[in-house]
Design a protein around this ligand. Sequence first.
Ligand SMILES: [Zn+2]
Length: 220
Amino acid sequence: MNKYKLLILTCFFLLTICFSKVNAMINSYSLTGRIICLDSGHGGIDTGAKNSNIVEKDLNLILSKKLEKQLTSRGAIVYQTREDDYDLSTTTTGRKKSDLYNRAKYINQIKPDMFISIHLNATTNPSWRGLQIFYTNKNEQNKIIAEIITNYLKNNMSNVRNTKKDNSYYMYKHINYPGILIEAGFISNPNDNYLLRQSAYQDRLVALISNAIEIYFQNN
Ligand SMILES: [Zn+2]
């Protein structure tokens, strides 16, 4: 009899552990079912901004892939406008416009809950620095996404600039789904340039962006 009691108690104990693990997994999959499209800027012969240390297209892709890993681990379904070193242009004349148009077309086909373009900034004044999020008012959620992510980043890292509305971007005029453009830093600033090349900094940045995306989806 004691043997049976022990067996039942052991089974009960094991089941309790199993259920608590399942619950913990469900809780950590906070982005389950969310479709997110990442758009790594430039690619192929379009390098984007560059200097002796950084070619923008390469770092955009590194950040996008790291962000994809973070979001996927939280349950999101992630698409990328590009997976490697190429652009999306389908014409030789007007290549840039074709690339941007096809990115917008791809994002519209995915019908994501959110898209995020990733770029790096550069300017002739080396003192300009910091991450900045741009949005258009094409979708009313854009400003909300931009502000939630910016505020979260401001609370957790230094050198985050205020959000900026900019309706002039050709590509974003054609996207029918909510999203933002993240300029992750100025490669023309020595401090930003150094940080952006550090794997630990990249990891922390994409983890913080993912946390902020979770906050957005919890409230919207
Ligand atoms: Zn760019």
